[in-house]
Design a protein around this ligand. Structure first.
Ligand code: ARG
Length: 460
């Protein structure tokens, strides 16, 4: 049986299996530094407001910074009696200061303490993830910039659709990541509220100075309702939601790259640094980094789901269930950091196989079908009729096993009298992309403008 720490009222010991079951120290030690920083601010405030004696406050501050150092250089010893990091730190202070340690918990509960730590963690980590998103965006923009001359078959239904600039497709991911950065910033903004002073749920009878604590810890605002403050985990769920959507995006990018690296596409070469071999097939160079990131998106979604479900039926205010928010949050942040770092490296070292892409495009002239139809529309044919005519030509060429561009003009004229010698200019992928004019289209001049806009934004 184990002696209860916060157990003045208890007569009997705790069941050892339950004790293990309720312990969160294995994972919430991740919050150690935030916990100390929070305690330092709290003690400074208690001292300034003359709620605890100056001498005790000074001893507490001294010991707190010693413990912070020991955490930073990995020499901090966790007392086996500690069920969580907040208690472990309290016990470490108690060991050095005995009774003085007990002044620390004036006007503070673990309920507001744990939210404070989590909010500090989210603010820090979300800033880091946002900066990593920006790095990936920059790597993608640079890749787009140095491959402006590459035209690939654009796909719908994973079938050849129309020629597009490779750079245009790469920039699609930059736009997606921009929305991710905005969502992550939103989650960070909502984390930026100082909950300390809410205590267990009702606030305190002491004349504490919450604004001073917020200022010391760099928070922009105070939580406005003490009950909400200790029972709210929206900011965690928002962080998990923003990282889930981001994983959906990077997972789709991974899928595109996996396809492009197949021998069927053969558009790209992925650096060996991000591939593995096979234990039996000596020729294999497998894109495991991309596959694992695609796979990890399932973990990100599971983390979001577990917190949503954990929170949904909880009565106000704090309930112990909420301890289970930490592992999903830490997991999604770590996955995001790793995935973004790996992808940035992978993008920076990606080789584009220009000749192979050109060969792929030359194999299939049906990719110019829309260009042929647009040609007829420019000769004043209604679009739906042009669509029908072009469809017939495509089918005819397939039947005869001919390239459309090899059909003589007389033969083309049998399909539509509008055809003239200038039709043969249409079978040119570069011309096709140049012909696009609408804002946001694959026209190289417009894509170039987008690249300049992104470079200015991401480097500025
Ligand atoms: N380890 C707990 C958590 O993470 C700390 C809060 C404990 N509060 C309490 N009333 N038992 O949620």
């Amino acid at each position: 049986m184990t002696k209860k720490l916060w157990g003045g009222r208890f007569k009997s010991e705790q069941d050892p299996v339950f004790w293990q079951f309720q312990s969160s120290i294995d994972y919430d030690k991740e919050l150690a530094e935030y916990d100390i920083e929070g305690s330092i601010a709290h003690v400074k405030m208690l001292d300034k407001a003359k709620i605890i004696p100056k001498k005790q406050a000074q001893s507490l501050l001294k010991v707190l910074s010693q413990i912070l150092k020991s955490i930073q250089n990995n020499t901090f010893k966790i007392d086996p009696k500690a069920e969580d990091i907040h208690t472990a730190i309290y016990l470490a202070i108690k060991k050095k200061l005995d009774k003085t340690a007990d002044y620390l918990h004036t006007a503070r509960s673990r309920n507001d303490q744990v939210v404070l730590d989590l909010r500090m963690y989210c603010k820090d980590k979300l800033s880091l993830v946002i900066s990593q998103v920006k790095k990936l965006q920059l790597a993608l923009v640079n890749l787009a910039k140095s491959n402006m001359d590459v035209v690939i078959p654009g796909l719908t239904h994973t079938q050849h659709a129309v020629p597009i600039l490779l750079s245009h497709q790469i920039l699609a991911y930059v736009s997606m990541l921009e929305r991710d950065a905005e969502r992550l910033s939103g989650a960070r903004e909502r984390s930026d509220e100082m909950p300390l002073g809410s205590c267990a749920l009702a606030g305190t009878s002491f004349t504490i100075d919450r604004k001073y604590v917020a200022k010391l810890l760099g928070f922009s605002t105070l939580s406005e309702n003490s009950i909400d403050a200790v029972s709210d985990r929206d900011f965690v769920i928002e962080a998990l939601s923003a990282t889930s959507i981001m994983f959906m995006h990077i997972s789709r990018f991974c899928e595109d790259m996996i396809l492009f690296a197949t021998s069927e596409f053969d558009f790209i070469d992925i650096s060996e640094a991000y591939c593995t071999g096979s234990s039996i097939m000596p020729q294999k160079k497998n894109p495991d980094a991309l596959e694992l990131i695609r796979g990890a998106s399932s973990k990100a979604y599971a983390n979001l789901n577990s917190c949503l479900v954990m929170m949904k039926g909880l009565p106000l205010a704090y309930n112990r269930d909420m301890q289970l928010d930490k592992e999903p949050l830490f997991s999604s942040i770590k996955l995001s950091e790793d995935a973004l770092t790996i992808l940035t490296g992978l993008v920076k070292t990606l080789k584009i196989k220009r000749e192979s892409i050109v060969r792929n495009l030359e194999q299939d002239q049906s990719i110019f079908a829309l260009d042929i139809a647009d040609y007829l529309v420019n000769k004043k044919m209604p679009f739906t009729e042009a669509h029908k005519v072009t469809g017939k030509i495509v089918a005819y060429a397939i039947d005869k096993n001919l390239k459309i561009s090899n059909l003589p003009i007389a033969e083309l004229k049998k399909f539509a009298k509008e055809f003239g010698e200038d039709i043969y200019k249409v079978f040119d992928a570069k011309r096709s992309v140049m012909s696009k004019r609408s804002i946001g289209s694959t026209n190289p001049l417009l894509v170039r403008q987008q690249i300049d806009k992104w470079l200015k934004k991401l480097k500025g």
